[in-house]
Each structure stands twice: as structure tokens, then as C-alpha cells.
Write a protein that binds this ligand. Structure first.
Ligand code: SF4
Length: 376
């Protein structure tokens, strides 16, 4: 069953590592919500006629939406889509927004899952990354959310932040475990050119940790979460048994989804659509001209095969090379058999019948291995 993604393109301040689409100027927020409601109506026919299984508010910072704005958006969704009564409805939130009052309002709304961006429990790291919250607020936000009845919580953390040793990351992992949440997303700090860190790296005023340091922190992440009975169901995603994010899992299974808002992507099985990553242009096009400023990319058979590799190789289910061959016409074993054999021989991957899966060592090189297996 299809999913809906809504991109809320506003943040209080720019985190120094972030290259998502957002604006720190909130002046257009009211108009943006009007445009989003309009876009919901304009694009209601994009998805197959089936109840929505997942709704995901991402960003940006969706917790900047007021209760009234959220109500208006849910009313529009309800007017134009059928929603599965058991749909997973996630809202990304930052700890500094999760006051007791805000959480009470969210608990009374259709939102039934929170994804909270903690990133770190170490104050100097939060300041280094220019996060808008303190370490104390990180833990308190989760505890407050649990106190108002949110049990279905995911938290985001970042590793590979510059440090003299692994002590801070180990302490972060213990603080994370003490929260008892069913889902964790853990990302390596990546330095993108168009970010504050990227510009400082270029000027020589920021030094990224060596790859081995990041790899050791990834191994610590795996061993600590596994020992606490979390399953790694995708390279960056961990959950207690049966608590996968339905929204993300559907995305990795190639289920169609509709992305609304500036910079959002949509996928219907044959095409991919990208909405312009510019708030004023988005608002003007939708409100003044009644059109969604988006680029459509028709996926060739080769694109679809690459897409399948890209999304499945990162998951614990792995890539079914038989499906890739029969359904998408790409015979990886005939074309890149030697490379697959060398991956297995080096302990980077396993081949279980037709299913290729990365080992822990292979996961560290997942992007490189995927590129090697891509068809050109
Ligand atoms: S990490 Fe999140 S809160 Fe920080 S700038 Fe990016 S989207 Fe905004």
C-alpha cells in the first residue's frame, strides 16, 4: 500500500552538516501550508487507488508546525485520500520543540510515531554541529514523549564526529540504550560541500576524522546495539524485533509513494518526480498558477535495475539477483560474476542461493560496492 511524504522546509537554525532543503526564514510558513494543502488536492490521483499505509512528515523540521497547521494538513489528507485506520503516521521532531504542551497536542493528533533528532548527548558535539538543543533536552524530549503515551519512537544519532577517542561515542550509545526506544537511525557524519562543515573543510579550519576512526565507531554501533537485541535491518537503521519503520521499508521494497512540498521526491514504479527545492518558487507556482513545479524522470529498464540494487543491497533482506534478472533483465552474475565472487572470497558479501547480502565489512563499503555493480 502506498505512502505519503510531506516535506516541511523550515528550521530554526542551520546544522553545520546538513544539506537537506530548508530555510531558516519562517516568513513563508503560513503560505507554504496553504500551498501544501493545495498540492494535496492537485496530486490526489498520483497514487494507485489504495488506502495510505504510511504518512511521513520529514524536513526540515516538521515539529515547527503549529497544532492548527497540522490539523489543516490532516483535514486535507482526509478529504483527498483514504487512510488505513492502522496507518503508521510519523512526524520528525527536534527536542527543543517538544515541550509538554506540544507533545500533548501531538498525542491528540493522528501522529502515532515520533522520529526525534537527538544526534548526540555530548554538549560540545551539539554545539560543534550547531544543533538548536542541549544534551539535557535530548533525553528529556524522549522521556516527555513517552510520558504522554508515545511508545513508537525513533531517535537519530550521528557518529564519526571529531574526537580524541571513542569514549564520547560509547557514552552516547549507553545514553541511547537507556531511553528504551524501539527504533534507532545512526548516520556517519558526512561532509557535504555546500554546508558550514564543507566550507570549513575547504578552508582548512575543520578536520574530518580518518576513515578508520569512523569504521571503528560503526563497529561499536553494531556490537552495542546487537548486544541490546536491536536488529540492523538497513545499514543506518536498527530496531527491536518487528519494529521496522514501515514507511522506509516500503521505500526500500519499491512501493509507490507521493512526496509533497519543495524538494520532495515521488515514485510510481515507472517514473520519479522531483519538486523544485525552492520555497518561494514552490508557493508561487502552487498558489498562483495551480501547478506543481516538478521534474519528471522516466526510468529506463536499466535505471529500474540500478534502483533495485541501490535500495535492496543496504537492507538485511539483501538483493535477489534472480528477481533482478527475471523481472528487470539484468544478469549480474553473467556480467559481474568475477566481482561478486571476489566480494564473497574477501568476506564482504554472502551469496545465499540468488540472494546477495553484505557482511559487516561490506556494509562499510556499501556505496562503493553498489556503484561497482551498477549497469552503465
Ligand atoms: S539537520 Fe534537521 S534541523 Fe538541522 S538543519 Fe538539517 S533539517 Fe534542519
Amino acid at each position: 500500500m502506498p505512502g505519503l511524504y510531506l516535506h516541511i522546509p523550515f528550521c530554526k537554525q542551520a546544522c553545520h552538516y546538513c544539506d537537506f532543503h530548508f530555510s531558516t526564514s519562517l516568513g513563508l510558513k503560513e503560505k507554504f501550508v496553504q500551498a501544501l494543502v493545495q498540492e494535496i488536492a492537485l496530486r490526489r490521483a498520483y497514487l494507485p487507488a489504495a488506502p495510505l499505509d504510511t504518512i511521513y512528515f520529514g524536513g526540515g523540521t516538521p515539529s515547527l508546525l503549529s497544532t492548527e497547521e497540522l490539523d489543516v494538513i490532516f483535514a486535507a489528507i482526509g478529504q483527498h485520500f483514504e487512510v488505513n485506520p492502522r496507518a503508521e503516521i510519523t512526524l520528525e521532531a527536534n527536542p527543543d520543540d517538544l515541550t509538554a504542551e506540544k507533545l500533548a497536542a501531538l498525542a491528540a493528533s493522528p501522529v502515532n510515531r515520533l522520529s526525534i533528532g537527538l544526534q548526540s548527548f555530548h554538549e560540545p558535539h551539539l554545539r560543534l554541529m550547531n544543533r538548536a538543543h542541549t544534551a539535557l533536552e535530548s533525553s528529556q524530549a524522549v522521556q516527555r514523549a513517552q510520558a504522554v503515551g508515545f511508545e513508537n519512537i525513533s531517535v537519530d544519532v550521528i557518529y564519526g564526529v571529531p574526537a580524541d577517542s571513542h569514549a564520547i561515542w560509547q557514552a552516547d550509545l549507553q545514553a541511547l540504550l537507556s531511553l528504551g526506544v524501539p527504533h534507532v537511525s545512526a548516520y556517519a557524519l558526512t561532509i557535504e560541500p555546500d554546508t558550514a562543515f564543507g566550507r570549513r573543510l575547504k578552508k582548512g579550519t575543520f578536520v574530518a576524522p580518518p576513515d578508520e576512526f569512523v569504521a571503528e565507531q560503526f563497529e561499536l554501533l553494531l556490537s552495542t546495539l546487537r548486544a541490546a537485541d536491536y536488529e540492523q535491518y538497513e545499514i543506518s537503521n536498527f530496531c527491536q524485533p518487528g519494529r521496522e519503520s514501515r514507511h522506509n521499508s516500503n521505500y526500500w521494497r519499491g512501493v509507490p509513494y507521493l512526496g509533497l512540498g519543495p524538494s520532495a521526491h515521488s515514485f510510481d514504479g515507472r517514473t520519479r518526480q522531483y519538486t523544485v527545492a525552492n520555497n518561494p518558487q514552490y508557493v508561487a507556482a502552487v498558489l498562483e498558477r495551480g501547478e506543481v513545479p516538478a521534474t519528471v524522470e522516466h526510468l529506463s529498464a536499466l535505471d529500474q535495475a540500478n534502483e533495485y540494487l541501490l535500495t535492496t543491497l543496504r537492507t538485511s533482506r539483501g538483493t535477489d539477483l534472480g528477481h533482478l534478472h527475471q523481472a528487470l533483465g539484468r544478469d549480474v552474475l553473467a556480467e559481474r560474476g568475477d566481482y561478486v565472487t571476489s566480494l564473497v572470497a574477501q568476506g564482504m558479501a554472502t551469496l545465499d542461493g540468488p540472494v546477495l547480502r553484505l557482511t559487516d565489512a561490506g556494509k562499510l563499503l556499501a556505496d562503493h560496492i553498489t556503484l561497482e555493480l551498477f549497469a552503465e
